[in-house]
Design a binder for this molecule. Structure first.
Ligand SMILES: NC(=O)c1ccc[n+]([C@@H]2O[C@H](COP(=O)([O-])OP(=O)(O)OC[C@H]3O[C@@H](n4cnc5c(N)ncnc54)[C@H](OP(=O)(O)O)[C@@H]3O)[C@@H](O)[C@H]2O)c1
Length: 151
């Protein structure tokens, strides 16, 4: 099963501020919806709670260490994918989750948000970790989707 990180990052790999996104990019939100529809997503409890709406049409596996029984750990989330015979799960943040799941991921799809947004949360700099940028696609005249692979 392929694990793919999906994220929007500013040029400093910032992904958010004050538990929300630091920008408003409707085209990227539409891209996220289209790319994730029908898919299984792994996300941290803080990101899950920051969602403005429920993500209909997607199956979300929320990671949490709380003892109320609703959260999964990393291994349990990945096992759900194997148990269901999935070909891919999407790792959808936030910062803690990208950092901990990066070693298990082979692909990443990054919407590059132009500029720098004084973020307080980051995803790992994939270039520094030895990943390779192998393709780019224009989403809008100013937004690029970067396709990364672990070398
Ligand atoms: N730009 C993007 O594409 C994008 C995407 C997603 C999120 N974000 C942004 O990222 C920020 C949130 O990221 P964050 O780093 O603060 O939080 P996060 O990664 O969304 O969630 C952290 C929480 O996940 C749980 N967790 C972490 N490691 C775990 C493990 N090993 N096992 C089980 N549970 C675990 C814990 O929940 P408990 O506290 O319940 O134990 C922890 O508090 C927000 O600003 C959000 O807007 C941006």
């Amino acid at each position: 099963m392929k694990l793919t990180m999906i994220a929007a990052c500013d040029r400093a790999w910032g992904i958010g501020r004050a538990n929300s996104l630091g920008w408003h990019e409707p085209a990227d939100l539409a891209h996220f919806k289209q790319r994730t529809m029908g898919q299984h997503l792994i996300m941290g409890r803080r990101t899950f709670e920051s969602l403005p709406t429920t993500l209909r049409g997607r199956t979300i596996h929320v990671l949490s260490r709380s003892e109320d029984g609703n959260g999964l750990n990393i291994q349990a989330a990945i096992e759900v994918g194997h148990d269901n015979g999935l070909s891919e799960m999407l790792v959808a943040g936030g910062g803690e989750i990208y950092r901990q799941l990066e070693p298990f991921c082979s692909h990443a799809e990054i919407t590059r948000i132009p500029g720098q947004f004084n973020c307080d949360t980051f995803m790992p700099n994939l270039s520094e970790l030895g990943w390779r940028l192998f393709a780019e696609k224009l989403l809008t005249p100013t937004l690029i989707i970067e396709f990364w692979r672990k070398v």
